[in-house]
Design a protein around this ligand. Structure first.
Ligand SMILES: [Zn+2]
Length: 389
C-alpha cells in the first residue's frame, strides 16, 4: 500500500515527522539554519528513502499545511536547502517536484514530532507581573523548536521515566540554542498547558535539574481531533483510491483523472509560489539599496530639512493653485530653491537622485513579474535550474 501511496501522491499518513538531532542548529550556507528550514529538511528526510528509491513528493501546499508555515517560507526553505546541497529537487516530471535528502543512510537518531504540535493553535497564558496584573494571553502555534523540545521530553518519558530531569543549559547544549531562548520556550510550553514542571531545580549554576512531565492527556485529545479532521478531509479521495479494485472502468477512469488534475493543480501552485518568491527577493534587493542611500541622505540635517520643506511646499502649492491665491509664484520659487539645496547636499554626499529610487533589475515589470501597463507576465523570469545561481 505504501508503494501505491507514493505513486499516487497522497499525503504521507504517518502523522508525525522525524527530526534528526544532527540537523538541529547546523549551519546552512554559512548561517544558522532557520527553524522552518529544519522542518522542511526533516520532512524530506522522513519521506524519502534512497535505498528503496522512494522520494518525497509533498507539494508546497502539503508542506504548508503540515508544517504550519506560509508559502513563501516553504519556498525560501527549499531554495536554501537545495543551494547548500542538503536536499535535491527534481522537477523533471510534469507533476510536483520530487525531493530527496543527501544523507544516504536512514540511520540517524532523532526525535519524532507529531504533526498536530506544529499546526495546532495553543493559548499561552499571560504572565503575572510584580504589581499583580497579568500580561495578555496569546493564541499561537508552537515554534518548531518548542515542538521539538516537547517531543524530546516525551521521548525520554516514554523510555520508562515518569518525569524527565533536565536543565535549561543542558537543553541549550543539546539543541544548540541560547539558554535564554530555551527558558522562553519552556515557559511558553508550561503556560500552554502542554508541560508540567513537577519539581523546580534550585540554584542557578545549571547543576540543579528541574523535573518535567508532558501533559499526555491533552496530547491524546489533540491527536484524536487531528485524526478525525484528516479522515474527513481525505475520506473521499481515499475511498475512491483504495477501493479502486471494486470500481467500474468508468469510475476508475474518473478517479485517475481526478488525481491527475489534483497533481497538475499542485504543480501549478508550486510553480506560482516559486515565481512569487523569486520576484520578492529581487524587489527586496532593489528596495534595500535605495533605502540604504535614503538613510545616508536623511542623516544629513540640511538635506532632511530641505526634503521636509519641499513636501510642505508641495501641499501649499496645490492649495494655492485650487484657491488661486496670490502667493503661488513665491511658493514655487521657494520650492525651486529648496530643491536646489537638496540637490547640492546629495552631490556633497556623492549620492545621485536615481540612487534614492529602487534600481529595478527589469525595467519592464519593475520586478513585479507583470509588465507595467499591460499586466502580462514578464519574460524576465529565469529561476535557477537545479543549483542556486
Ligand atoms: Zn520583468
Amino acid at each position: 500500500m505504501s508503494e501505491r501511496t507514493a505513486q499516487l501522491n497522497i499525503p504521507e499518513e504517518s502523522g508525525w515527522l522525524f527530526v534528526p538531532y544532527s540537523f538541529i542548529g547546523a549551519d546552512v550556507c554559512g548561517r544558522k539554519k532557520p527553524q522552518a528550514a529544519l522542518l522542511v529538511e526533516s520532512m524530506v528526510y522522513s519521506f524519502s528513502d534512497p535505498e528503496n528509491s522512494r522520494v518525497c513528493r509533498q507539494s508546497y501546499a502539503d508542506m504548508r499545511e503540515r508544517l504550519g508555515i506560509c508559502n513563501d517560507t516553504v519556498a525560501r526553505s527549499i531554495r536554501l536547502l537545495t543551494a547548500c546541497g542538503a536536499v535535491e529537487q527534481d522537477k523533471s516530471r510534469k507533476i510536483c517536484a520530487e525531493y530527496s535528502h543527501s544523507v544516504p543512510s536512514r540511520g540517524l537518531s532523532g526525535v519524532e514530532v507529531p504533526d498536530f504540535l506544529l499546526t495546532e493553535e495553543f493559548t499561552i497564558r499571560g504572565k503575572k507581573r510584580r504589581d499583580g496584573s497579568v500580561t495578555p494571553q496569546r493564541v499561537r502555534t508552537l515554534r518548531p523548536m518548542e515542538a521539538v523540545i516537547l517531543s524530546e521530553i516525551r521521548r525520554a518519558q516514554k523510555n520508562g521515566a515518569k518525569e524527565y530531569a533536565t536543565s535549561d543549559s543542558r537543553l541549550a547544549k543539546q539543541f544548540r540554542l541560547n539558554k535564554s531562548t530555551v527558558n522562553e520556550y519552556i515557559t511558553a510550553l508550561i503556560r500552554s498547558g502542554l508541560l508540567y514542571r513537577a519539581q523546580e531545580g534550585r540554584g542557578c549554576n545549571g547543576r540543579y535539574l528541574s523535573r518535567y512531565a508532558v501533559n499526555e492527556k491533552l496530547l491524546r485529545v489533540l491527536r484524536k481531533r487531528k485524526a478525525r479532521e484528516n479522515k474527513q478531509k481525505q475520506g473521499k479521495t481515499r475511498e475512491t483510491l483504495f477501493s479502486a479494485g471494486k470500481l467500474t472502468d468508468d469510475e476508475r477512469a474518473r478517479a485517475t483523472r481526478e488525481i491527475a488534475e489534483r497533481n497538475a493543480r499542485n504543480a501549478a501552485f508550486d510553480a506560482r509560489t516559486e515565481r512569487e518568491h523569486w520576484y520578492a527577493v529581487r524587489r527586496q534587493e532593489a528596495e534595500n539599496r535605495a533605502r540604504r542611500y535614503l538613510r545616508i541622505a536623511e542623516q544629513d540635517e540640511a538635506y532632511s530639512a530641505a526634503q521636509k520643506a519641499v513636501k510642505r511646499l508641495d501641499i501649499a502649492i496645490a492649495k494655492a493653485e485650487v484657491f488661486r491665491l496670490p502667493d503661488l509664484e513665491a511658493l514655487r520659487q521657494e520650492r525651486l530653491e529648496q530643491c536646489a539645496v537638496r540637490a547640492r547636499r546629495l552631490a556633497a554626499l556623492h549620492i545621485g537622485e536615481e540612487d534614492l529610487r529602487p534600481a529595478w533589475h527589469c525595467k519592464k515589470c519593475e520586478d513585479t513579474g507583470f509588465e507595467i501597463g499591460t499586466g502580462r507576465p514578464c519574460s524576465c523570469y529565469s529561476p535557477p535550474k537545479g543549483d542556486d545561481a
